[in-house]
Design a protein around this ligand. Structure first.
Ligand SMILES: [Zn+2]
Length: 402
């Protein structure tokens, strides 16, 4: 049996290593050279510990960066963090990003443009960085950002519902978006009344929310400087947002599980969406993102609900290539093979577009190859599962041509 982290051999490994991936949920890279502290804050979902001298490099993802990213910057494997950061600064963000994105072997990016505290590449810029001729990017519209922009412009409570839907439709059309996204997990979690709120309830909730002046999300817009926006965390309006997604008709990406400490982890178990999934059955595809530590719950939902799909974005690079296989094995215990997709959920640094792809390819190839070697799976079936998961499932859900 191949060691999961070592370069492994066998036809499934070779096929997956060559496969042009669809990264169905990611973000752009920061278009600036990063101070060491900024880079280190970007490689953790947690707080940093600067006074201790211990950095976020001392974590599974930090070890994975030193092992698997350092060689692409012409450094030895396991290069120390200081050398890594110095070499990164020497090469500059554009060359660093080019190397990682070229090596990731991803040709389709679905880019969530809703979270932008930094100046990031646009979807088209992200696709162009690697210089891969076939690379394309599509946009994913974050619905909370649409609602918050509407509130910032000023809206009457009784017009909120219709103007929000209009603004979302306009954003989708203008940007040629292939999906919408919600961060309801961050705002209320999934302990929501699953039913569609009445018009009167939405108007009343909009009145409360607009009058509350609650602020939270800071948005740095290069031309305007940082400013604050209302933060959509009103439970009826979050519920309304999810139902608006159903009306919009595009696939809905939903953050679940792993995220920074703004999450209340016990409220973002995707099985808490079960009643809502019953009510929305037969409508839009729902894509559960990240999922850890609820990958088995997500797998269950994807198995029993026709409209549910999921991925392990963010999770696979944070656990690193060694552990990625175990997470993928749990994700695939009972799941129909058309339901799991690849994403990196990389944000800000191209190391994560690269590591996400690497962990996915190696983890999936390792588990499929072993099943082929044990004669529990035929080679043609293994190759088909690899291509479906890395590319074709996303193409089917989003209507993209492979
Ligand atoms: Zn994301």
């Amino acid at each position: 049996m191949n060691s999961p982290a070592a370069p492994a051999t066998g036809p499934v490994h070779e096929d997956l290593a060559r496969l042009s991936l669809v990264d169905h949920h990611c973000h752009g890279v920061i278009t600036a050279d990063l101070a060491p502290e900024t880079f280190q804050s970007l490689i953790t979902e947690g707080d940093v510990w600067p006074a201790s001298g211990i950095t976020p490099f001392d974590s599974p993802v930090g070890i994975a960066i030193r092992r698997h990213c350092a060689p692409l910057l012409d450094l030895p494997r396991h290069a120390p963090p200081t050398e890594y950061l110095a070499r990164r600064a020497e090469l500059g963000w554009r060359e660093v990003s080019r190397r990682f994105l070229a090596d990731a072997g991803t040709d389709v990016f679905c880019v969530d443009t809703g979270y932008r505290p930094d100046r990031l590449t646009t979807p088209a810029e992200l696709a162009a960085v690697a210089g891969r001729p076939a690379a394309v990017a599509y946009e994913v519209v974050r619905l909370e950002a649409v609602a918050e922009a509407l509130a910032a412009e000023g809206v009457e409570p009784d017009e909120y519902a219709s103007l929000f839907a209009d603004a979302a439709r306009e954003a989708i059309e203008e940007r040629g978006a292939v999906a919408v996204k919600s961060v309801a997990a961050y705002r209320t979690g999934f302990d929501l009344d699953p039913s569609r709120p009445s018009d009167a309830d939405v108007t009343e909730a909009a009145r409360r929310w607009l009058a509350s002046g609650r602020t939270g999300g800071t948005t740095a817009v290069a031309e305007e400087g940082p400013h604050t926006r209302p933060r959509l965390d009103e439970p009826v309006l979050v519920r309304h947002l999810l139902w608006t997604a159903v009306d919009l008709g595009l696939p809905l990406q939903l953050h679940t599980g792993f995220g920074d400490n703004d999450i209340r982890m016990h409220r973002v178990d995707p099985t808490r969406l079960t009643d809502w999934l019953h009510l929305t059955s037969g409508t839009i595809p729902v894509l559960l993102l990240h999922c850890w530590p609820y990958q088995r719950q997500a797998a269950y939902l994807a198995t029993v609900f026709e409209q549910v799909y999921f991925d392990l974005g963010l999770t696979l690079h944070h656990v690193g290539p060694v552990r990625a296989r175990a997470i993928l094995e749990e994700a695939l215990e009972i799941t129909p093979f058309r339901k799991l997709l690849h994403s990196s959920d990389a944000y800000g640094i191209a190391e994560f577009h690269h590591l996400g792809a690497l962990a996915f390819r190696r983890g999936l190839a390792g588990l499929l190859q072993d099943r082929v070697d044990a004669d529990e799976l035929s080679l043609p079936d293994a190759l088909r599962i690899a291509v479906w998961t890395g590319r074709d499932n996303a193409c089917r859900v989003y209507g993209l041509s492979p």
